[in-house]
Design a protein around this ligand. Structure first.
Ligand code: G
Ligand code: G
Ligand code: MN
Ligand code: NA
Length: 249
């Protein structure tokens, strides 16, 4: 089987699942939500990471059914946590370019929210900066549609591409996630400037790839609101989420 064929089979056999990485409020050190990260339970290779299948899924168009499953699984999981008495835990799902530009995204999201009775306010989508900048006019139309549903929109991996923070600020988004390479390689002054500009446009700021207490302290000092990274937790399985919530409570 080619990789494309095994992804296709994997989709039909529901071999893909989500892990969850917490986003932590830097002031309170409480978990405010999770990012859903896809994994593949491959029948012979074991657990396969997105780097090995997302690019192929993108070029073959399989990202459309796969992305739909991701949205479904996130909503289904939110419903289960809610039924378990954990309340509505916000979850962010990554959406790639091909998905964003398909006609189905809004329909898929509405269908999944309705199927599992999930309030739109607890679902978030993460879009990359390049995806939004590729065709700004079309992007803004889709962003406004997503906004109208009431879900939250984040720009992912900010600072990883050719950033134009100034033009990005015109878009209808709620949150800016600063790329881990940017956090790890930029001076405090540069990070301070990005945070302050984002805030002046009323964007929430999430720092990605926070691995050390030094980085945590620096970001907290710059009034960054939320952090995500190995310093707090690796992505965990859905079953591990309740214990993780307790640990941060
Ligand atoms: O978990 P990991 O670091 O291996 O994720 C690598 C990349 O795969 C990240 O950039 C992430 O955005 C992407 N990714 C993870 N899950 C999904 C998903 O469900 N859909 C899409 N489109 N991308 C995903
Ligand atoms: O592109 P996106 O931000 O969606 O990708 C998230 C990826 O980053 C996931 O694959 C996740 O496993 C990884 N990741 C999350 N936290 C850290 C961290 O602190 N350090 C490193 N090196 N990778 C991280
Ligand atoms: Mn992401
Ligand atoms: Na990111």
């Amino acid at each position: 089987l080619t990789l494309e064929q095994s992804i296709r089979v994997g989709i039909s056999r529901h071999e893909f699942f989500l892990n969850y990485q917490p986003k932590v409020d830097l002031q309170t050190e409480k978990i405010v939500g999770f990012e859903a990260l896809m994994r593949w339970r491959h029948p012979s290779k074991g657990i396969v990471l997105p780097g090995e299948f997302i690019p192929v899924a993108e070029t073959t168009g399989l990202i459309l059914p796969l992305g739909r499953q991701a949205i479904e699984m996130a909503c289904s999981q939110m419903q289960r946590w809610h039924q378990a008495g954990l309340g509505w835990i916000p979850v962010a799902v990554n959406v790639s370019a091909r998905q964003f530009n398909s006609d189905h995204l809004v329909k898929d999201i509405l269908a999944a929210l309705a199927k599992y009775g999930v309030p739109s306010s607890v679902l978030e989508v993460e879009l990359t900066e390049s995806l939004v900048m590729d065709d700004p006019v079309i992007a803004e139309t889709i962003l406004l549609e997503l906004r109208a549903i009431g879900i939250k929109i984040s720009i992912d991996d900010f600072g990883a591409g050719h950033s134009s923070l100034a033009s990005l600020m015109h878009y209808s988004v709620d949150c800016l996630k600063i790329d881990r390479a940017f956090i790890q390689n930029s001076s405090t002054e540069i990070i301070r400037a990005v945070i302050s500009l984002a805030k002046s446009f009323d964007l929430q700021v999430v720092a990605e790839g926070v691995e050390t207490s030094t980085q945590r302290d620096m970001l907290k000092g710059l009034s960054c609101e939320i952090a995500q990274g190995y310093f707090y937790s690796m992505p965990v399985t859905a079953e591990e989420v309740p214990d993780l919530l307790l640990k941060f409570s």
